[in-house]
Design a protein around this ligand. Sequence first.
Ligand code: UDP
Ligand code: MG
Length: 317
Amino acid sequence: MNKKAPVLYLVVPCFNEEEVLPSSAEQLKTKMQALLAEHKIAEGSRILFVDDGSKDNTYQIITNLHQNDALFACVKLAHNRGQQNAQMAGLDFARKSGADATITIDADLQDDINAIDKMVDEYLNGAEIVYGVRSARKKDTIFKRMTAHAFYKLMLKMGVDIVYDHSEFRLMSKTAVDALFEYQERNLFVRGVVPQLGYKTAKVTYPRQERKAGKTKYSASKLLSIALNGIASFSSKPLTMIWWLGFWMHIFSLAGLITAITLMYTINLHFMWAIIAAVGWFTSFVLIALGIIGFYLGKTYIETKHRPLYNVEETLN
Ligand code: UDP
Ligand code: MG
């Protein structure tokens, strides 16, 4: 099923990016013009900046770009809401403006813009979602690489299905974007939701570059809070862990209690040991009770998300 050249919107969240924006805009423009010349994308395609409440000259720069060239468009948010919300604002604007496909990419172009060609090819071949995957992260600091990899592993352990070494650089068709907006939860963790959408996907790999100008907008504490939010917004496994803790404590303390009582009558073990084991045994009931509450809480939590039951790919009628 081959598709026609899409109206493509590049969605670029920007938070205080005055240092890197002029050069990034130039490179993105060259890329879009090349794609237009090759008829890989259709007229009406846009580079859509989302100004995420920048305090510097970001919006001024975008305004100038837009005045000189209609290829540049902008959604300006009233205040800083974070990269993910900025992205969602851009995607919503794109789908309502007639985009057939969107690609989200960071303003610093650490993700290789030459991968865009391959992403569009995959889209034309029928993929609804194309993940940009980092083949090498040599340019990232060791700290960043290690925390990122620990994060992927933890998420997978917690049952959140995320794509390894993929962050926010991805192509999504209109169909996939519409499906994403069916997820109306407030705590949306996009990287966890997208793989749940279904649809045909593809991957494009590229080496990740250094940030050319400006500073990272993510401190270690901000990264940690994103990781915790990702887990909390996706998985009720931590609640289930309470139940298992109680369960094993119950088994071991009961075994300890029986042993202590036996030894009391055989080798005159001091009765304090039996009391200690008994206290452990009673405590395990509390944990089990909490685990049961956690079980229902987990169910309620999933219900409150009102996630869609399915996403339709096609209908024949
Ligand atoms: N960003 C944003 N809002 C924020 C923080 C970041 O829109 O509150 C944007 C930022 O402008 C950039 C992208 O998110 O386009 C990724 O940020 P950055 O390059 O600083 O992250 P890193 O590459 O260091 O993970
Ligand atoms: Mg970056």
